[in-house]
Design a protein around this ligand. Structure first.
Ligand code: GTP
Ligand code: MG
Length: 240
């Protein structure tokens, strides 16, 4: 099959690399993005390295815990990098200038990691072990488990900075980490799909159902944890 012609301009190259449809953008904005294109590639690389660092630290923590306590506190670790599209959208929402330096300072969730655990207790345990590390600097913590959002959203969020070693020196890169249980994750992914489906305008009865479902997920978390403790004993209560 014939290959598409090689991109010839900065703009076409950026479009090809990011999958963005730059033709629908105001020309000025697209030109501005093209101008920052190569700096954006550098940024992407650094944030990608930061994600790998966090993922590795998380897996080391998991393996060590398994070795010491014969118990796996983490079900799943996933990572994602904000696309240029959604960076531009967030920048516009927050009325920030189209400037990578400003984005680096102001947008702290360009790199994101999600850590899913079986039980609420493990969520806090993994969070503590991770944030206690010398090479992890905690910037902020939001505990939506202790204080769920009005819609029912529940998770433990931490924004941290981790060092990334480049040939030119070390850079500190912010990463947003969401720690949650499987039940919280199940709820959040349905909530996300519903918001997407209704384009943010979710009908009141669906909002109510979602809030009730969040309550059910919370009940399930508590019951599963207490059942687990009954069978295994809370043998992990005195580790660390
Ligand atoms: P953002 O501008 O969305 O980053 O909000 P924020 O900076 O005030 O942070 P917040 O802690 O509210 O949310 C950060 C992230 O948590 C979001 O990007 C989502 O991934 C997740 N999140 C927060 N609230 C909800 C929610 O109600 N439903 C779902 N599904 N996810 C949520
Ligand atoms: Mg955020």
């Amino acid at each position: 099959s014939p290959r598409p012609p090689a991109p010839s301009t900065d703009l076409e190259r950026l479009g090809a690399e990011t999958g963005m449809d730059l033709s629908t953008m105001p020309a000025g904005l697209a030109q501005r993005l093209a101008a920052i294109g190569s700096d954006f590639r550098q940024l992407t690389l650094e944030y990608e390295f930061a994600l790998r660092e966090v993922e590795t630290k998380m897996h080391i923590l998991q393996d060590e815990f398994l070795h010491l306590h014969d118990y796996n506190p983490i079900e799943h670790v996933s990572t994602r990098l904000k696309t240029l599209d959604s960076l531009v959208a967030k920048s516009n929402r927050r009325e920030l200038p189209m400037d990578l330096g400003v984005w680096r300072r102001e947008i702290l969730d360009i790199a994101g990691t999600r850590v899913t655990c079986s039980f609420r207790r493990d969520v806090y345990r993994v969070f503590e072990l991770f944030t206690e590390r010398q090479d992890v600097e905690v910037i902020s913590v939001k505990d939506y488990i202790a204080q769920p959002k009005a819609n029912g959203y529940s998770s433990l969020h931490a924004t941290v900075r981790v060092p990334v070693y480049l040939s030119t020196g070390v850079v500190l890169i912010p990463v947003e980490i969401q720690f949650r249980t499987i039940a919280m994750d199940f709820w959040a992914s349905l909530d996300h799909k519903i918001k997407y489906k209704y384009d943010g305008e979710v009908p009141a009865d669906v909002v109510d159902e979602l809030r009730e479902a969040a309550q059910a997920a919370d009940d399930l978390d508590r019951r599963m944890e207490s059942l687990h403790d009954r069978v295994h004993g809370n043998v992990r209560g005195n580790v660390r």
